[in-house]
Ligand binder design. Structure first.
Ligand code: ZN
Length: 217
């Protein structure tokens, strides 16, 4: 995506949307977008979304060097950067501190595939990062989370919260909604005492349908 005022405003609007949806509170969420030149546009640290302006956003090189911006980028920049480097298919990343996502991240496993939405929009089960890392250990947190990211469009950062991916911000937003809904459903199903998961074969089939045939037949 091209770095322009409209894109930067779309990032800010997405921050406000996250808050309105109850998926973050205060400044506890962050967003990044891959730019056409390979750099990463990312939200600043500790700036309220209501007062954030396009100039507050920061541009990082893929190696983490700050290319432009006067603010400090989000403290979770290492996760964004490393996931972008690992997943060339990802163009936008949203990290949220949503209630059900955080609750699911406090269990000892990810969320299995329990709905068609997970097959088609996330592309499979939501993994859980392999170990808890305190938030002040920025580099280690980035290493551990990115190592646990697979080819699906979401991950639960252990005892922390979800991170969702998409080719565009719009797609990443949808993945945020599917992730929060899936975590909510899963926790309710566990409390109800049973659930049925979807087989690997049908997960692949659903994702393939969404990517190649949905809306065409
Ligand atoms: Zn966080």
């Amino acid at each position: 995506m091209k770095d322009c005022k409209e894109l930067r405003q779309e990032v800010i609007d997405t921050c406000l949307w996250l808050k309105a949806q109850g998926l973050v509170f205060s400044t506890w969420g962050n967003i990044s977008v891959r730019l056409d030149d390979g750099n990463i546009l990312i939200t600043p640290s500790k700036v309220e979304y209501e007062t954030m302006t396009p100039d507050d956003l920061v541009v990082l090189a893929p190696d983490g060097t700050q290319v432009s911006g006067t603010r400090l980028s989000t403290s979770e920049r290492e996760i964004h950067r490393r996931v972008m480097n690992k997943r060339p298919d990802v163009g936008a990343i949203i990290h949220m501190h949503s209630p059900y996502g955080m609750a699911a991240a406090a269990r000892n496993e990810g969320v299995p595939v329990i709905s068609e939405e997970m097959c088609q929009l996330l592309g499979g089960a939501i993994p859980l990062s392999s170990e808890f890392v305190p938030s002040d250990m920025h580099v280690k947190l980035g290493e551990v989370v990115s190592a646990s990211v697979d080819d699906t469009n979401a991950i639960l950062i252990r005892n922390h919260g979800p991170m969702c991916f998409g080719k565009t911000l719009k797609e990443a937003r949808v993945c945020c909604q599917v992730t929060e809904k899936s975590c909510k459903m899963y926790l309710h199903l566990l409390a109800a005492g049973g659930l049925q998961t979807i087989s690997e074969e049908n997960v692949r089939r659903g994702r393939d349908y969404f990517l190649n045939s949905y809306g065409k037949s």
